[in-house]
Design a protein around this ligand. Structure first.
Ligand SMILES: NC(=O)C1=CN([C@@H]2O[C@H](COP(=O)(O)OP(=O)(O)OC[C@H]3O[C@@H](n4cnc5c(N)ncnc54)[C@H](OP(=O)(O)O)[C@@H]3O)[C@@H](O)[C@H]2O)C=CC1
Ligand SMILES: O=C1O[C@H](COP(=O)(O)O)[C@@H](O)[C@H](O)[C@H]1O
Length: 510
């Protein structure tokens, strides 16, 4: 059968309304590496126009021109690097100029009133009262900047205009601090103005989980504990901590990835169907399912978690140092760079179905995937054929680097005897759709501009996530065991034992 031809995606999305987008922390890595390319891609797709003004806010001293040049140099180099590796295009200079014309800069300290006066002035000049304040700042500034925006009257919405704040991660470092941060920001603005980002929700395949589950009646019929044996969620990275050693030392893999990204994936897989594809309904169901994760006792938390830390090894053919030799990491560090957990969701749909989660740095491959393992078919009818065991079906939702999904089924191997082979029924995004390069932040920025909060975390989503990991953090307080693993391997052997003692094993990574 001929491979289907990839088709151009036909989006019905319309241009976002006029607004001023303030990028607090404009000289930082996030703005350069992810937000600017996302704004360029939105301009390419016609989803933002000349009436979106972009204003960088940061204490580094540069002119408007120098700021634009800095961003231009970065995105140009990034596009050239990608184009050298694949068939993607170098930077379209005319398109960049269209965007650059609308970029300007405010030099100002987040802690000084003059900065907020300059921001207010820029809104007055813009001709629209609509403004988005994107806090691409260190987390220690989240509540301070929100408070100052509030005090300056910048969060007040006049009739027909909006004021919104985008808050980056990490949102708190445990349950108490997340609650405190929510209380601080909700004291000055309404939940409907707050857009807490989890960039995993900007990924196409993550959004596709809801569409696949709820628009295909066949999935719903077996999506429960009658048919599903267990679920595995993996986010494996080949990168180490790069230059984020000091951030990572006080964070670790559990805080960095689990209450946010991995729980978002779990919620997408496990939530009940929302009554509508709207922010309240979707976020309500997500809050419920994360809230249904069973809090383990301290002994259960220790037994059902594995912490690991990479040692020197080889990744993608390159020799790399161990975590403790990374810059700004303590030589005696016990911070985990890998974590595996077993959690149970205590509701009617999932009672008795373990969810195994793992994430780590310096693993063998980059692979984010969800694997749903089904219960095996009854064996009796195959016994007299000499088949010794039934292989279960499993559905792989492949999130990155490739995007798609496939189902492992049993088929008869050709020949006179009955022999079975596991084969795949699959769909790959790249085969079916012509995908434009994207960072994942495009959808999130666009949704914020049009006021759709579906893909953003509500206060209860965040707090339920932290509540579910808090027992693990408490059980590890004072330092739990950290198992070593060689860089380039898929975590410590103790993580294999976590499943092994339940008679299961991890899906092998791509
Ligand atoms: N970078 C990434 O890939 C990702 C980042 N995030 C989150 O995004 C946020 C931003 O990250 P990132 O861009 O890496 O951070 P950076 O530290 O690179 O950027 C922050 C910027 O704010 C400036 N700044 C610091 N203090 C002040 C101040 N008092 N007044 C005005 N400007 C100030 C810094 O200037 P200077 O450094 O010169 O002091 C810097 O230019 C963080 O919350 C991070 O956790 C989330 C996901 C991915
Ligand atoms: O938020 C974070 O995510 C990245 C992984 O994101 P991905 O889109 O590349 O899967 C992770 O490297 C980083 O430590 C964490 O802070």
């Amino acid at each position: 059968m001929a491979k289907p031809k990839a088709t151009k995606t036909q989006s019905t999305a319309t241009k976002a309304p006029a607004a001023t987008l303030f990028l607090f922390g404009a000289h930082g890595d996030l703005v350069q590496r992810l937000l600017t390319p996302a704004l360029y891609n939105l301009t390419r797709d016609g989803l933002v126009g000349a009436d979106l003004k972009i204003v960088g806010v940061d204490h580094n001293s540069v002119t408007d021109d120098a700021f634009r040049d800095k961003l231009a140099n970065f995105v140009r180099a990034q596009a050239a690097k990608k184009a050298a590796k694949s068939d993607s295009q170098p930077l379209d200079e005319a398109l960049w100029q269209k965007l650059a014309k609308r970029i300007s800069y405010i030099e100002g300290d987040f802690l000084e009133d003059a900065t907020y006066e300059a921001v207010a002035e820029r809104i007055r000049e813009s001709g629209t009262g609509n403004a988005v304040f994107y806090l691409a700042t260190s987390p220690r500034f989240f509540s301070v900047v929100v408070e100052r925006l509030g005090k300056s009257g910048l969060l007040k919405e006049n009739e027909g205009s909006f004021r919104r704040v985008v808050i980056e991660k990490p949102f708190g470092h445990d349950l108490a601090s997340a609650r405190e941060l929510n209380a601080q920001i909700l004291a000055v603005m309404d939940e409907r103005q707050i857009f807490r980002i989890d960039h995993y929700l900007g990924k196409e395949t993550v959004q596709n989980i809801l569409v696949s589950r709820f628009s295909n009646a066949l999935f719903e019929s077996f999506w429960n504990n009658h048919y599903i044996d267990h679920v595995q969620i993996t986010a494996a990275e080949t990168v180490g901590v790069e230059d984020r050693g000091s951030f990572y030392e006080t964070t670790g893999a559990l805080r960095d990835m689990v209450p946010n990204h991995l729980f978002q994936l779990l919620a997408m897989v496990a939530m009940e169907p929302p009554a509508a594809f709207g922010a309240d309904a979707v976020r309500g169901e997500k809050a419920k399912v994360i809230g249904a994760i069973r809090p383990p006792t301290p002994a259960q938390a220790r037994a059902n978690s594995v912490r690991g830390q990479y040692r020197a090894g080889t990744v993608n053919g390159e020799k790399v140092p161990g975590y403790k030799s990374e810059p700004r990491v303590a030589r005696s560090s016990t911070t985990e760079t890998y974590v595996a957990l077993k959690v149970m969701v205590d509701n009617w749909r999932w009672a008795g179905v373990p969810f195994y989660l793992r994430t780590g740095k310096r693993m063998s491959v980059r692979d984010t995937e969800i694997v749903i393992y089904f219960k095996p078919a009854p064996y009796a009818q195959f016994r007299n054929l000499g088949i010794d065991r039934m292989m279960p079906n499993y559905l792989v939702i492949q999130i990155q680097p490739d995007e798609g999904m496939w189902l492992a089924i049993q088929a008869k191997r050709p020949g006179p005897t009955v022999e079975m082979e596991t084969v795949q029924l699959g769909f790959s995004y790249a085969d079916v759709f012509e995908m434009q390069p994207s960072t994942g932040y495009e959808t999130l920025i666009y949704d914020c501009l049009i006021g759709d909060q579906t893909l953003f975390q509500r206060a209860d989503n965040i707090e339920n996530g932290w509540a579910a990991v808090q027992p693990f953090l408490d059980a590890w307080a004072g330092g739990g065991t950290v198992e070593p693993y060689a860089a380039g391997k898929d975590g410590p052997t103790a993580a294999d034992d976590l499943l092994g003692r339940d008679g299961r094993s991890w899906h092998s990574l791509a």
